[in-house]
Design a protein around this ligand. Structure first.
Ligand SMILES: [Mg+2]
Length: 277
């Protein structure tokens, strides 16, 4: 799951808010694409979506208590050991300025309804029961996104992983299952067109791509074809899709091999995947 979502993130990062004509021309999965404007991000590098997901995956694997402070501390540690581009400017500066989870919590204004809590929701989605998934998700989401839509989009993203991982039904019905669980029909409504920065938008687009099924390649291409905030769409979608027995694992070797493989890159993610349950 972690390797696949990182591939989705890194591939999508080349197309984030890029011109639709650029997306149409280059969304071929032949390799990672250099973003037409963000030259600081090397093709094959993942972004904030994967780094924060990795932080939460490591926290789960560590067996430490899942609290606002342990979650915040995981974010701070993951950023400082491996600073990278891709974060929203203000949040990147904030992360750079805090040293501990306690300091993070004391200074954060957790009022965002964007996709930041949803993009990192997948590690909690693997938990055995939906109640545990929702509890863990609420705790991690409220650290930065303590708003109705910020939390709900994280819940929907985590439940999508849960649904696929435990094979709770056909992928085509993932959105309606989540809509039932969360008591909101919005999750069953297919997304069309450009994806903006709100969490609800990214997760609806991701659910639409997953529900179409097929293979990881077709899901990834569909995510990027939406245009807009597509690294997050692809991160959320590939996390869920990679856990589905219905969706064929066929990501091209060029994307697997081209994923960054430094200390926290592909091999590290793959090792963690084997122990994350
Ligand atoms: Mg990102």
């Amino acid at each position: 799951m972690l390797v696949e979502l990182a591939i989705g993130d890194a591939y999508g990062a080349g197309f984030e808010y890029a011109d639709p004509a650029f997306v149409t021309r280059h969304n071929t999965l032949e390799g990672y694409v250099r973003h037409p404007r963000h030259h600081g991000i090397r093709p094959g590098s993942y972004t904030d979506d994967t780094q924060m997901t990795l932080a939460l995956a490591e926290l789960r694997v560590s067996g430490a208590e899942w609290t606002p402070e342990s979650v915040a501390s995981a974010f701070v540690t993951a950023f400082h050991r491996d600073p990278r581009e891709g974060y929203a400017r203000g949040f990147q500066a904030f992360l750079g300025s805090v040293r501990t989870g306690a300091e993070f919590l004391a200074r954060i204004r957790p009022d965002s309804d964007k996709s930041g809590a949803a993009m990192r929701a997948s590690p909690a989605g693997l938990l055995p029961t939906a109640d545990e998934v929702l509890h863990h998700t609420d705790v991690q989401a409220r650290v930065t996104h303590d708003t109705p839509d910020g939390v709900a989009s994280a819940r929907a993203a985590a439940l999508a992983v849960h649904y696929c991982h435990h094979g709770l039904g056909p992928v085509a019905e993932v959105g309606s299952w989540i809509a039932d669980r969360l008591g909101s029909g919005v999750w069953a409504r297919p997304w069309r067109g450009k994806v903006g920065s709100k969490g609800v938008m990214s997760v609806r687009a991701a659910l639409t791509a997953v529900a179409a099924g097929g293979s990881l390649s077709s899901v990834l291409r569909a995510c990027v074809a939406f245009t807009g905030d597509v690294d997050t769409v692809a991160t959320v979608a590939l996390a869920a899709a990679s856990r589905s027995a219905e969706i064929r694992a066929d990501l091209p070797p060029a994307l697997v091999d081209g994923l960054e493989n430094g200390p926290f890159g592909r091999d590290h993610l793959a090792r963690l995947d084997t122990v994350l349950r």
